[in-house]
Structure formats: structure tokens, C-alpha cells
Design a binder for this molecule. Structure first.
Ligand SMILES: [Zn+2]
Length: 144
């Protein structure tokens, strides 16, 4: 199905993303076309450059506004997912098992508690992630 008045609505970063978006638009009854922009591998000013790739999405200009709205929603959801992942990473703490030396990752909510080592099952303290020597300091206190 050819598009009468094609308008570019999106430049996807990969063919996979472009295909996903095309499906998304077709679910909404919008016919989208994808064109691939690929510059061949080559040398530029004596420097070899990686091929540049982008998948452009085209829809009929009558559908452009609706399509743009769907694509905006898609981007927002994608960004939310990325933020959630980054937040989860921030709220993790690493701790080392004194029995087997295994470094494990725990939720930061468990900081300051005693947990089971996932590797050997020994009890281990989950300490603050910021101070790398926290277990040595704790050990000194125990010895006294
Ligand atoms: Zn262990």
C-alpha cells in the first residue's frame, strides 16, 4: 500500500525498533512505511567510519498527527522504563561474604541487616555501600 503524501514522523535507532513502531501504528489503523538510511562502510578523511544507520518512519500526512501522538506515548513509556531501571540500580548495595568472599547485591532497604549469602548460605552483614572498609571497622569493634 503506497502512501499518498508521506511525512516523516520518526527516526528509529534500529530496524527492530522501526518494526515495533510500525506494528504499533498499524494496530491504530495507520499505514506506515520504513526506509533505511545506510551509509556504506568507508573512509572519511582517512578515518574509517562505522556505517551510519537510521530507519525513518513515514505515514500519510493526514495521519501524521495521530501517529506522532502514538510515538510520543511510546517514547514516554520507554523513558519511564529506563528511569525505573536506573532507580533500581541506585537502590542496590553490594556486600562481601566473609566466608566465601562472594560479593552479592542486595536491595538497599536491607542495608544494616544480616542476610544469607546466596552462594554459601552463611550469615553476612549488609553494610553501607559507600564505605569500602565497613566490614573491617565492624570486625575491630567485635574484637574489642
Ligand atoms: Zn558466602
Amino acid at each position: 500500500m503506497a502512501i499518498a503524501n508521506p511525512v516523516e514522523v520518526y527516526a528509529a535507532s534500529s530496524p527492530q525498533e522501526a518494526q515495533l513502531l510500525k506494528d504499533l501504528l498499524s494496530e491504530a489503523g495507520i499505514n506506515a512505511e520504513i526506509t533505511e538510511d545506510v551509509t556504506p562502510d568507508g573512509e572519511w578523511m582517512g578515518v574509517s567510519a562505522a556505517p551510519y544507520h537510521s530507519s525513518r518512519m513515514w505515514v500519510d500526512d493526514e495521519m501524521a498527527e495521530t501517529a506522532a501522538e502514538i510515538l510520543r506515548e511510546y517514547e514516554q513509556q520507554r523513558d519511564k522504563k529506563l528511569e525505573a531501571r536506573e532507580e533500581a540500580a541506585v537502590h542496590l548495595v553490594e556486600a562481601r561474604c566473609e566466608e566465601c568472599g562472594q560479593i552479592s547485591t542486595f536491595s538497599a532497604a536491607l542495608r544494616g541487616t544480616v542476610q544469607e549469602c546466596p552462594k554459601c548460605g552463611a550469615s553476612m552483614d549488609v553494610g553501607p555501600a559507600t564505605d569500602g572498609d565497613w566490614w573491617k571497622a565492624d570486625g575491630d569493634v567485635v574484637k574489642l
